[in-house]
Design a protein around this ligand. Sequence first.
Ligand SMILES: *Cc1c(COP(=O)(O)O)cnc(C)c1O
Length: 351
Amino acid sequence: MAANWRILAERAAPAECAAVVKADGYGLGAAPVASSLLRAGCRTFFVALPAEAVAVRAAVGDAPVVGVLAGYLPEVAELYRRHRLSPVLSTMEQVAAWRAHRCAVPAFIHVDTGINRLGMPPDHVEALAAQPELLAGLELALVMSHLACADEPAHALNAAQLKAFRAALAASPTPLPGCFANSSGIFLGPDYHFAMVRPGVALYGVNPTPGRPNPMRPVVTLRARILQVRQVDRGESVGYGATFVASSARKLATVAVGYADGLHRALSNRGRVACHSCLAPIVGRVSMDMITIDISELPHELARPGSEVTIIGPDYDVDAIAADAGTIGYEMLTSLGRRYQRRYHGAGAPA
Ligand SMILES: *Cc1c(COP(=O)(O)O)cnc(C)c1O
């Protein structure tokens, strides 16, 4: 993950490379993720919600900026104050409330340039620039916007958003520094980099350039154990709903991982599992705690009770399992369950 941050930082330079560690570090653990990225050189972190920022602040210490993408939520004002959180202000009301909050921490302004999700319209940025009293006493770090289609380089919305963002920044008499690109946005080229980039998913090894070779290093390996091996005869069914019926005698293994662990039920009769570089298909439905895989083609010694199989790894990566599940790597990672034994490797891994 640290290597991925360096790859992205190098590509985006001279822009600063921040890191998005929302949703518990995309499911991988906000504290170990943030402290590892801090050691790699990252100095700005973003979370979605103020409560998520508490663990990140504890992991990175006082100096780094910890931004809250949801904006300023006055009902938890105390969290912002105590943990020195930087809101990404997305309405004029939030700007006013933050000014009243009187916290000497830099804030961001979020302008919506076409995703129509969060952020103020570009003419509100103009209004802020034209009326400096609205920002009086408020330290402004950057103006931010978010791309809707960065993973589709040919999509017309990318250039349209870029144009709108440039116009919003130019509304100010003193040029405002911008922050625009998520992971995929970094790969749209230097026009999209501005003063800061804020990748998330690419840090965790998901391909930010779908359809092209993955420029990132893999981060997650997920393994599970075979509980039992059995033979089924032609015509026998497997699992809930009897959705798989053997067309010939098959050898099956039952593996201790299921949808409660984030192995989406959509992988029923679709997903695969790696056993020493061979891919064994999931047969029957994914259940809460188990899957059944067809190991008929595997040598006996590779798949016995107690053997480990690889759910996510080099032969079947997070993008491949996501595609089989009909989703994206983001959702696979953030769905990873709580009952795995998690091991962190590398310098500074937590004990
Ligand atoms: C989640 C998010 C990011 C990170 O996006 P990735 O596609 O994971 O790189 C950046 N900016 C905003 C506003 C986000 O919500």
